[in-house]
Write a protein that binds this ligand. Structure first.
Ligand code: ZN
Length: 529
């Protein structure tokens, strides 16, 4: 292509927030193919690249396409399309709704209901009374379920079943399962949809919850082979955001691969194309918030301890092999002991691979802080902490009821002050679908308010610029995509969002921002410019 090649489109009369290192604002942006070729004043952008099409943005604000660094699109799609919604409902209302579903569905049909964190659910015996012949699972989050007896029966869960490493079948004092299952979705005989059924539903989730909010890249914790196939298919159609896939490593739930497999095949982070690429590996080390491996939980019998899917040695070996093979690892670690095992694994992997670049992530680190020293060790080893500010909303009215005392929680300011970044993410599998809206999560970063109106550690709040960086620059870096995404600069992908307000303007509530048009690779995939 000659340097005088014409830009196909020049967008003019805009308030483009480039999010470059100087936070430059420009009025025009030129696009050729799927790339930005210049940004600047209108005369410059037009002069350098005479356009075939000129689009007037009418003074509106434009930001780089938003990047979600950790999402569960497939699980959320199950929740939207196959589960009944019982979020925030009382137990008796849930039972009434369940009764109606039981009356309509043939015996033996699974009924799965979606609740939310900390909600009170009907007990095993209450569920059995209403649904003796239908397997029922009610979901707090992907980490924890309340089952009825029929669900346990058809899934082969009995008093004699020993849960696999990292999961738990809770029991009463006589040893009988109570129906509460942690990290055990894979143990259930619920039949997951095949790709052909899943693909249009994933597309709908991606359009309504991601493109509609200005998200142009989503990094997904892949939940099944059918899902991977469906994402690959959709990416070929160019109608969804760009997808990065983190493949979950067994042992543990949603297992799709092992740490050795991708390096053995020569598959590194970034394998694929701009629309769908392998991001890396996801390792669930401990459980969800109730099954987190905390030192404070070790005082009673071991069947009540936090969960652990593998030994410290196994994790260190997995991270070492991945770093050597150029594969990024995301380690889920919530409790202090799990975080210690994870940080230590990163340190061992770095010692074994001196000088090898890596961006090993610890997911959820700084949601629950215990000791800032551990964060400093991770950052010194080249790792990345990925907190989830959208979960602040789910904390109880007295956050001290759940969170360990002493150090700040959702310690975003502490993380930035230590030299880290805050990669923006939704991290919901359906319990809080509203966190798929990055503007909502940015609001959480600023206000830090839970659903009871309690503000958590206000000194940890971020600024508007830091919140916007989180879903652009920081999320791009955390997914090794900063060369092609995260700012509006020449050479990068033409992914951007036209929004209805300037988030930096005085008095603006960032959470209320709406995406008027979402452009991916120069094509408008949501709204209109
Ligand atoms: Zn997650």
């Amino acid at each position: 292509m000659s340097p005088a090649a014409r830009a196909e489109t020049v967008f003019v009369n805009g308030n483009f927030l480039t999010m470059d290192a100087d936070r430059s604002r420009v009025s025009a942006l030129a696009v050729t193919g799927d790339r930005i070729v210049s940004v600047g004043a209108e005369a410059e952008a037009l002069g350098e690249h005479p356009a075939t099409t000129i689009v007037d943005v009418q003074g509106r604000t434009v930001v780089p396409g938003l990047i979600d660094a950790h999402a569960h699109i497939e699980l959320m799609t199950y929740s939207r399309n196959f589960f009944g919604d019982v979020r925030e409902l009382d137990a008796d209302v849930i039972l009434a709704q369940l009764g109606r579903q039981v009356a309509e569905a043939p015996a033996g049909t699974w009924i799965v209901l979606q609740g939310t964190f900390g909600q009170g659910f009907p007990t095993l015996s209450q569920l059995d009374a209403v649904a003796p012949d239908h397997p029922v699972a009610i979901r707090w989050s992907m980490h924890k379920y309340q089952l009825n007896s029929a669900a346990m029966r058809v899934s082969g869960i009995s008093s004699r079943t020993v849960a696999p490493p990292g999961s738990r079948i809770q029991r009463d004092s006589s040893g009988r399962p109570t129906g509460v299952l942690e990290e055990g979705w894979d143990l259930l005989a619920w039949e997951a949809p095949v790709s052909a059924i899943l693909a249009p539903l994933l597309e709908q989730t991606l359009r309504e919850h991601f493109l509609a909010n200005g998200v142009t890249t989503v990094n997904e914790v892949a939940a099944s082979a059918a899902g991977v196939r469906a994402f690959r298919h959709l990416a070929g159609q160019r109608t969804i955001p760009r997808i990065g896939l983190a493949l979950t490593c067994g042992p543990g739930h949603q297992a799709l691969t092992s740490a050795e497999q991708l390096p053995a095949l020569g598959i590194e982070t970034g394998f694929g194309d701009d629309w769908c690429q392998i991001q890396g590996l996801k390792i669930f080390l401990d459980g969800g918030r109730d099954g987190a491996l905390r030192s404070s939980g070790l005082s009673g019998p071991a069947d009540g301890w936090g969960l652990l899917s593998r030994t410290p040695q196994t994790l260190a070996q997995e991270v070492t092999v991945a770093v050597e093979g150029g594969v990024q690892v995301w380690v889920h670690a919530i409790g202090d002991l799990a975080q210690e095992i994870a940080v230590s694994a990163v340190e061992q992997a770095v010692r074994a691979n001196p000088g090898t670049p890596h961006r090993t992530r610890i997911e959820h680190l700084t949601n629950e802080m215990y000791a800032p020293e551990r964060l400093h060790r991770l950052l010194a080893a080249g790792g990345i902490a990925v907190p989830n500010p959208g979960l602040i909303v789910a904390e109880p009215s007295d956050p001290g009821d759940r969170l360990p005392p002493g150090v700040p929680k959702y310690a975003l300011r502490t993380l930035l002050d230590a030299g880290g970044i805050v990669p923006g993410n939704s991290d919901t599998s359906g319990a809080q679908p509203f966190t798929c809206n990055p503007w909502y999560v940015m609001g959480c970063m600023l206000t830090r308010q839970n659903k009871h109106g309690v503000v958590l550690d206000p000194a940890e709040a971020l600024t508007v610029d830091e919140a916007l960086s989180s879903f652009t620059r920081d999320a791009a870096y955390a997914t090794s995509q900063e060369r092609s995404r995260g700012t509006l600069e020449p050479g990068k992908l033409a992914d951007f969002v036209v929004i209805d307000q300037d988030p930096y303007a005085d008095g603006v509530d960032i959470a209320s921002t709406r995406a008027l048009a979402t452009v991916v690779g120069g094509h408008v995939l949501h709204g209109s410019v």
